[in-house]
Design a protein around this ligand. Structure first.
Ligand SMILES: Cc1cc2nc3c(=O)[nH]c(=O)nc-3n(C[C@H](O)[C@H](O)[C@H](O)COP(=O)(O)OP(=O)(O)OC[C@H]3O[C@@H](n4cnc5c(N)ncnc54)[C@H](O)[C@@H]3O)c2cc1C
Length: 506
């Protein structure tokens, strides 16, 4: 560990914020407005900067009732019936709930363009679920981040792009006093020691793009994610070095997504057409435009396809200890010509095929068929053969599914009657799916003041965290918009407490 008090400092700021996603931006604006000198450090170049926040759909939670929301969060966090064994402690829940209830007012006060989206909690059967209120930034996450970049620029906050934070610097008492980073601008990378006279805030996101960490910490491998190309777990390693405890490392906010070798990120599929994920987060169900099912690699359905948008990946990641394999990795999205006619199979609201437009999916899906991303068979048997799947299994599965549709009841998995659309319009198609989607949740454990804690629950002086780098959420995610809500809530909490630190006078 780097622990000397005689560092050669290249620059100083009161608050050094690592990572310029939503949590970093909110922390920077808040700390600045409280009078602090802020340095915002981002490892990606400005021109190609892409974060989980900017690829997001832009849905964020606000809450209609703090008491009911606390009840819901505590129910989500309870592990079985064991008293006191919780994914996230009551103090953190209280902080998240208190600040999240103010999210829409905060964004609106800053001049953000927001609108009401829905009140659909992910787990409506739990007490307090009716308190979840989903709001949306107009124009998705990219527009929301452009708004945040404008707030930062209007304040002349010092932003250092193309500069990677490498290590946290501590004094001999273990207090975080600065950051070693490498400035990649210009020809030769230059190492810098930046002093943080009050605190460092970790806003470096998760580990969606670090294969070794995903292998070690997640419940299934591989997993793919649809945003956050810069999220390689850097903040987690830096926090570990100075003694941070980690939590929620095996938890994700994820479902099933496609992954094509030519694209670095996972792709969200619009399963039934007409904006599947938007519909899945709304309470009001409309008739699904086209039928689809999801099957394992042997051609068998294994769950209702009314997927939990932020938890379905757990179902996909089941391991068969007899066969020594993950039979659901890959899974397949199976559909017919009816779905192809409904338009692009990739979602246009978020991820690489969303407003960032890293990849422009063709309107009639023809280009992706030609690329081989979508498998096709004139018959079910032909499709199964192209997927290396026992043809009789897929044929039986589709025949059974069509019987459920005719009967108006899914006798196997209880899928909503509104979604019972048969697969009977050839040709038939499939897209390979993997567990994955939005983001990882694990990282350094924090308290309700956003201070990073050591394994004994004591704050590491001078170190704060916000956003998905050590998220408040454990196994279960409350509702669409939870992560952006956390960025807005904990960006503010971290900044408000960090500015109160005064190392110089300590
Ligand atoms: C496709 C998609 C859609 C989503 N939709 C929603 C949604 O609608 N609502 C919702 O609540 N959540 C959504 N999520 C999740 C949500 O977007 C993220 O959890 C949230 O934006 C994370 O914000 P953050 O500030 O923690 O990290 P990020 O926005 O990922 O930003 C982290 C930043 O840190 C930088 N960084 C990393 N390491 C270093 C380093 N060493 N030095 C300097 N900088 C570094 C990265 O380059 C990056 O710019 C979605 C996620 C995805 C991928």
């Amino acid at each position: 560990m780097l622990t000397q008090e005689n560092y050669r400092w290249d620059q100083a700021a009161d608050i050094v914020i690592l990572g310029y996603g939503l949590s970093g931006a909110v922390a920077a604006v808040t700390a600045h407005d409280l009078g602090a000198r802020v340095l915002l450090v981002e490892k990606q170049p400005a021109e190609t900067h892409c974060t989980c926040s900017s690829t997001a759909m832009g849905v964020f939670l606000s809450l209609s009732d703090i008491g009911r929301a606390t009840e819901y969060m505590m129910a989500l966090n309870q592990v079985g019936s064991q008293p006191g064994l919780l994914w996230t402690d009551a103090e953190m829940v209280k902080a998240w709930v208190t600040y999240t209830a103010q999210n829409k007012e905060w964004l609106a006060r800053m001049g953000g363009q927001i609108k009401y989206f829905s009140s659909a909690a992910e787990f409506p059967q739990l007490p307090g679920a009716d308190s979840m209120e989903l709001w949306k930034y107009r124009g998705h996450g990219l527009r929301m981040m452009q708004f945040m970049y404008d707030l930062v620029a209007a304040r002349n906050i010092d932003v250092r792009y193309q500069t990677s934070a490498l290590r946290l610097l501590t004094d001999n008492a273990g207090r975080v006093v600065g950051v070693k980073m490498v400035d990649g601008r210009g020809g030769t990378p230059k190492e810098l020691n930046i002093r943080a006279t009050r605190a460092v805030v970790l806003c470096t996101g998760g580990f969606e793009e670090d294969e070794a960490m995903k292998l070690q910490y997640l419940r299934v491998y591989p997993m793919y994610f649809a945003g956050g190309t810069g999220n390689t777990g850097d903040g987690i390693r830096m926090a570990q070095e100075v003694g941070a405890d980690l939590w929620h490392m095996n938890c994700v906010s994820a479902r099933l997504c496609a992954k094509f070798p030519e694209l670095p990120l996972g792709v969200f599929i619009d399963f039934s057409g007409g904006g599947w994920s938007q519909r899945s987060m709304k309470t009001k169900k409309e008739k699904a435009p086209a039928g689809f099912i999801i099957v394992d690699k042997y051609g068998r359905r294994y769950m209702t396809e009314e997927l939990k948008p932020h938890a379905a990946s757990y179902e996909c990641g089941w391991f068969d200890s007899h066969k020594l394999e993950y039979p659901r990795v890959p899974s397949y999205h199976i559909f017919d010509q009816r779905r192809v006619k409904f338009g692009p199979l990739a979602q246009r609201t978020s991820g690489p095929t969303g407003p960032h437009q890293f990849y422009k999916w063709s309107w009639d899906n023809r280009v992706e068929l030609q690329k081989g991303w979508i498998a096709k068979g004139e018959t079910v048997g032909e499709l199964a053969a192209s997927l290396d799947m026992p043809p009789e299994n897929l044929a039986n599965t589709i025949a059974t599914w069509n019987r459920h549709c005719r009967a108006g009841r899914d006798a196997e998995f209880g899928r909503s009657p509104l979604e019972l659309v048969p697969l009977d319009e050839p040709p038939f198609f499939a897209i390979r799916l993997f567990p994955g989607g939005s983001n990882t949740l694990g990282g350094p454990r924090r308290n309700g003041r956003a201070q990073v804690l050591n394994p004994f629950g004591e704050p590491i002086p001078g170190l704060y965290g916000a956003g998905e780098c050590g998220s408040v959420f454990g196994l279960l995610y409350p509702a669409g918009g939870g992560n952006l809500a956390e960025c807005i809530a904990f960006g503010r909490i971290a900044a408000e407490n960090a500015v109160k630190e005064n190392y110089e006078r300590a």
